[in-house]
Ligand binder design. Structure first.
Ligand code: MF3
Ligand code: CO
Ligand code: CO
Length: 268
């Protein structure tokens, strides 16, 4: 077993070894490939359940394992969050309509390593206000990623994201955060998408975690529906999210979930 590799910091964050980056790249590349391949299946009239069925098949065809099927009782290979759904949307019968925006979030396990990524898609014609939201969310993720290097702090990541989003008069969701991952799905630290510079744990080479900001056009508050999963904006405003799994290198970051086809952004 390759469990408990590396060591833990005083904050309980695992420091992985040089060789472990390869395992994360394999898992991340598969998750990203699946998100590339699902793009052609997103169109008005398509159901989110069919998209999830295709993703389940892609995971199986790759000889990998879905991290979400069976996770805390969740029964699907993806979360699909449409319009005002913030995250953890459950795939089902409901069909996409022209102008809907959706986040598809996939986590796979390859050889014991977890690859977790999500991105936005559009069914049909992208409405102007949704386009703005998606662009700000996309750029906010990379503002956060740019802060990833040894010596910076987790508060620097959160602050960079929050400052960028709020400068565009949008809001950062507080109720969900990124997370450490590696040979487990969710581990310390909680990676907040808001915060103050110079606060939180110090980043060290060998840390693996996700950054996955959720941004709302309206207020930041969310509520969870009776299904105990689906999180929506309380004010029904549109919400968007992008997620990468990253590792801290000697002088910066390594993105494990880069799109093999260069299709992370929905429109370019
Ligand atoms: N992939 C999600 C994340 O980014 C977690 C989904 S858990 C599920 O952490 F059970 F809802 F699938
Ligand atoms: Co995640
Ligand atoms: Co995810």
């Amino acid at each position: 077993m390759k469990e408990h590799r590396g060591r833990l910091t005083k904050d309980g964050i695992r420091i992985y070894e040089q060789d472990d980056f390869a395992g994360m790249h394999a898992a991340g590349a598969l998750a990203a490939q699946i998100l590339d391949d699902i793009a052609q299946h997103v169109f008005p009239g398509q159901s989110t359940g069919v998209l999830d069925g295709l993703i389940t098949q892609m995971v199986e065809d790759a000889g990998a394992t879905s991290a979400t099927i069976g996770y805390k009782g969740y029964q699907h290979a993806s979360c699909i969050s449409v319009n005002h759904v913030v995250c953890h949307g459950i795939p089902g019968e409901k069909k996409l309509k022209d102008g809907d925006i959706l986040n598809v979030d996939v986590t796979v396990i390859v050889d014991g390593w977890f690859g977790d990524t999500s991105r936005m898609y559009v069914a049909g014609k992208l409405p102007r206000k949704a386009e703005r939201l998606i662009q700000v969310t996309y750029d906010a993720l990379f503002k956060g990623i740019e802060m990833v290097k040894p010596g910076n702090m987790f508060g620097d990541i959160g602050h960079a994201i929050q400052a960028y989003v709020e400068a565009h008069r949008m809001s950062v969701v507080r109720d969900f955060c990124g997370h450490g991952l590696g040979q487990v799905f969710h581990a310390p630290p909680n990676v907040l998408h808001y915060g103050r510079p110079g606060t939180g744990a110090v980043l060290e080479e060998g840390m693996f975690f996700t950054i996955e900001p959720m941004v709302n056009l309206g207020r930041p508050e969310t509520k969870t529906l009776a299904d105990d999963w689906t999180a929506v904006t309380r004010d029904k405003s549109l919400s968007a999210q992008f997620e990468h799994s990253v590792g801290v290198t000697a002088d910066g970051f390594d993105i494990f979930t880069l799109s093999p086809g260069g299709k992370f952004h929905p429109t370019y």
